[in-house]
Design a protein around this ligand. Sequence first.
Ligand SMILES: NC(=O)c1ccc[n+]([C@@H]2O[C@H](COP(=O)([O-])OP(=O)(O)OC[C@H]3O[C@@H](n4cnc5c(N)ncnc54)[C@H](O)[C@@H]3O)[C@@H](O)[C@H]2O)c1
Ligand SMILES: [Zn+2]
Length: 351
Amino acid sequence: MLEPHNSVLGDALRSYGGNTPVVIIDRTVDSHHGAKIRDYFRSQEIAPHYLVRDLDESKKGLTAVEELAAALDALPIRRRTDPLVAIGGGVLLDVVGFLASIYRRGMPYIRIPTTLVGLIDAGIGVKTGVNAGRHKNRLGTYWAPDRAFLPPEFLPTLDTRHIRNGVAEIIKLAIVRDRELFALLEGTITENGCAGFVSHPQLESVCVAAVSGMLEELAPNLWEHDLRRPVDFGHTFSPALELGAEDMLHGESVACDMALCAAFSYNRELLSWEEFERIVRTLRQSGLPTVHQYFTEPVIASSLAEAIRHRNGMQHIPVPHSIGQAVFIEDSTVTEWIAARDLCLKEESNR
Ligand SMILES: NC(=O)c1ccc[n+]([C@@H]2O[C@H](COP(=O)([O-])OP(=O)(O)OC[C@H]3O[C@@H](n4cnc5c(N)ncnc54)[C@H](O)[C@@H]3O)[C@@H](O)[C@H]2O)c1
Ligand SMILES: [Zn+2]
């Protein structure tokens, strides 16, 4: 995308009729790729304003949005012809997307994800948001970017832990809708904790399958009128873990939730023992955790209650019904989830 002869991004920006977009870049991305980004815009004769920001999950709040709004106030930009261009991981994309949706009641923006989570998840769809109180993405909007570019060229500088974080979301998608993708992931691409993921010959096939699968899931239900979302697999008990337990990334928390749901499915005879083992093995091979001591009975009970509020009075918990297919559970009890957790603990101790 950033090769000087590739005018796709330049053409997209020229189509607005201005020449001074606001490029908002994650600081780490800027340190690795900033020179190439600037060279690219120079070669395209575009003269952006650059805002480089150091954002992470702990800074993903309204303060970050207000600070960026003040920075926009100080620039001589035009409201329709100078779009925002977000270049960074899911945190930066969510913050800039939220800003774009409310600054002057809406500005055009373009998303360029630089992490694997961004590429296959946060860079797709129309959700924006920031954390508030003890809640993830509690304040947010549905605001479509005009364009999203999904270039894999930023991935080589991402550390392996953040690669795994994205792999967890790909595994999620494979389990609920794509048996073939799961089989690809079971192979060498996730070996040794995903150490060779980015340079693996199957990288493109895996990313293309994940992105198209995600698009097919999101497109018919962009505004989430239907709260039965297969892509919510792994996202029922994980929010509590992500915000409450020490040092847990989103994908790591999702991995523990997926193993819990797989154990639940096995206990309900929705999944064979062999398939349960395949799921747990693939998570482990990828370097992801499959159980966490933070999943105590009170945490499981409050997560279930919070999920019911979030899903408007219903459980709507997607769980695997064989690999490649999900069903929604509406009548689960805390006791069943504790039994599922105990199965994960037993499985872990038998390794
Ligand atoms: N809007 C959505 O639909 C959606 C979907 C999924 C996730 N999300 C959000 O995404 C966020 C998680 O995103 P994330 O996992 O990308 O985390 P992140 O944005 O915090 O990025 C992870 C780390 O990688 C660094 N980084 C980014 N690109 C890099 C690169 N190419 N090379 C080296 N370092 C790089 C960042 O500086 C950061 O330290 C969460 O807040 C989640 O809520 C949103
Ligand atoms: Zn997720």
